[in-house]
Design a protein. Structure first.
Length: 139
């Protein structure tokens, strides 16, 4: 039997939510479908951490990240790759400008115009800078 290799240090991502899937998969819904072409994201693992960012088309949040998500499972389905996460709201959302200023220059290139259900990896230091002065509301 082959053992699954578990990472000790999580990877960090920005996951963008938009109007397209908001009804069926809201940001606080614990499920993030990536679509048919998403198998390239199969390196995302349990324990990885996402900054949950809502695009300007997402009703209720306007270009801000209201929470983080900790990956608890992943699944390959007919429609693509789905990530399941624990939703942890922040005491105050992080505005797009703050997120952008927190990213390294190469990471900013991916964050210019993220569409709905788009995910990309960022450095731990970028994640920490984005969350500066914010607190996670633990259940």
């Amino acid at each position: 039997m082959q053992q699954t290799k578990i990472r000790v240090t999580p990877k960090y991502f920005i996951a963008a939510f938009g109007e397209q899937y908001a009804g069926k998969h809201p940001v606080n819904g614990w499920e993030y479908p990536l679509g048919r072409l998403s198998n390239r994201y199969s390196y995302v693992n349990k324990g990885d951490i996402m900054l949950l960012y809502c695009t300007g088309s997402y009703i209720g949040y306007d270009m801000e990240a209201p929470a983080i998500g900790i990956l608890i499972d992943t699944q390959i389905v007919d429609e693509g790759y789905t990530l399941y996460y624990r939703y942890l709201p922040l005491d105050q959302p992080i505005q797009r400008d703050t997120i952008n200023a927190s990213l390294d220059p190469k990471e900013r290139n991916y964050f210019i115009n993220p569409g709905a259900n788009f995910i990309f990896e960022i450095k731990n230091t970028s994640f920490q800078r984005a969350l500066k002065d914010r607190h996670i509301i633990w259940p």
